[in-house]
Write a protein that binds this ligand. Sequence first.
Ligand SMILES: Nc1ncnc2c1ncn2[C@@H]1O[C@H](COP(=O)(O)OP(=O)(O)OP(=O)(O)O)[C@@H](O)[C@H]1O
Ligand SMILES: [Mg+2]
Length: 231
Amino acid sequence: MAAMLAHEVKNPLSGIRGAAQLLERVVKGADQELARLICGETDRINALVDRMGGFVADGPLDRSAVNIHEVLERVQRSAEAGFARHVKFFNDYDPSLPPVVGNRDQLIQIFLNLVKNAAEAAPRRNGEITLKTGFRQGVRLAVAGREGRVHLPLMISVSDNGSGMSDEIARHLFDPFITTKSGGAGLGLALVAKLIDDHGGIIEFDTNPSGTDFRVFLPVYTEMETEEGLH
Ligand SMILES: Nc1ncnc2c1ncn2[C@@H]1O[C@H](COP(=O)(O)OP(=O)(O)OP(=O)(O)O)[C@@H](O)[C@H]1O
Ligand SMILES: [Mg+2]
């Protein structure tokens, strides 16, 4: 349904954009500016619709044993080459960490969104991001909406030395369209929360004026879990 709607929005949108581009060539002065505005805004709606597509499950996903360190290294590499060029990364990895059961692409997406927020929060000078992993054998958590206690021994944290966030933002952090950024859609963390939930995990955070720390807890890969057929 949502995928169909996205399709139906994008088609006329590309028509509008094309028409505005043609107009931009024939009109003059201030009117050209208006035509460019239409193009820019249609691009924005287009990108928004694409990102909303991330919330739509397209049938069961491939799940397998995923090495979370490999995921984090990949995320860090692409961050360092792009949006996090100004940031110094620190790694504190637990080498004994067993694989997580999950979808590799979605796990990359989760940590890319968290690292992007961390990079945007970190100061332009001396910005720091720490990626940390740990294994908490035997810890069981009570998770809202789930029976009994769940075993989520894998911990992955993304922390930054930014200036934290207000209580108001923190209260609604995982809701869609919550943003303090001029060009932000406010979809990053809403998508992170949904994907972690799909993985049977949870996310929590601490924030204060000297930085923010997001911690993700995930189930570990076992043969039994695959037999139960997570989907
Ligand atoms: N590490 C962080 N430090 C400080 N504030 C943060 C951090 N991560 C998120 N926030 C706050 O939470 C808001 C929502 O984040 P979210 O990723 O959902 O959206 P966004 O980054 O604003 O836009 P988008 O991710 O869609 O481009 C941000 O605008 C910011 O105010
Ligand atoms: Mg974001």
